[in-house]
Design a protein. Structure first.
Length: 216
């Protein structure tokens, strides 16, 4: 069965999803031990961990807008660009219940069945601003960056990943590059992050305390 993503790609073309993902029941979102999955335009609970899911109506439409959202002090090491690989940025967003947000690239693009939202840095954008932009475009989430996680070598990019927390948005609003968004307990991340490029990130994340463990 083939479906089309409700959002068109950057060329205005329909994106056929060859093997559509399957959503989980709404009850999975409220269980911190469960994997929860939403597909484009799918239903979501009204809130999670006391924070609502709502369409982000004031999404920046230019580089200046994204830069304004990222203009805050963030302790991070100097980024050293690769000689020939592109520079990219991504966000590892952890929910208050300790689960982590992942995206399922449409048609497993690049060999990824699931990964963290990330993308190449566009002209006029800093690394932090790019991470914020990609979190929204690929996962439908409005996030705030909370720290540096790791720099990794991908096949065509050197990518900086930031830790982040959800401020708003709705994962059902994911862009055409994602055919599903998952919320995954830490102990089950290894079953989703199967691409070798994501293993260093998984190791770095699991070395940090979970937000769920740090809650009073």
């Amino acid at each position: 069965m083939t479906d089309c993503h409700p959002k068109r790609n950057d060329k205005g073309e329909l994106v056929a999803i060859k093997r559509p993902s399957q959503p989980t029941p709404l009850t999975a979102w409220l269980d911190p031990t469960a994997v929860a999955t939403v597909v484009p335009g799918g239903p979501m609970p009204a809130t999670l961990n006391g924070m609502p899911f709502a369409h982000w109506t004031e999404v920046p439409d230019n580089a200046e807008g994204w830069q304004a959202l990222s203009d805050r002090e963030l302790a991070e090491p100097e980024f050293v660009p690769h000689k020939w690989k592109a520079t990219a940025a991504g966000a590892v967003v952890e929910e208050a219940d300790g689960r982590v947000w992942l995206v399922a690239p449409s048609n497993a693009y690049g060999g990824y069945s699931a990964t963290f939202p990330k993308g190449r840095v566009e002209p006029g954008l800093s690394l932090p601003a790019s991470a914020l932009k990609e979190a929204f475009e690929e996962a439908g989430l409005r996030v705030a960056l909370s720290g540096f996680l790791a720099d990794t070598e991908r096949s065509q990019t050197r990518t900086r990943y930031y830790l982040a927390r959800r401020l708003g948005g709705n994962p059902a609003d994911m862009g055409w590059e994602s055919q599903a968004v998952h919320l995954v307990p830490r102990e089950r991340l290894a079953g989703f992050l199967t691409h070798p490029n994501d293993l260093p990130l998984l190791k770095a994340l699991l070395a940090l305390p979970s937000k769920r463990d740090s809650r009073p």
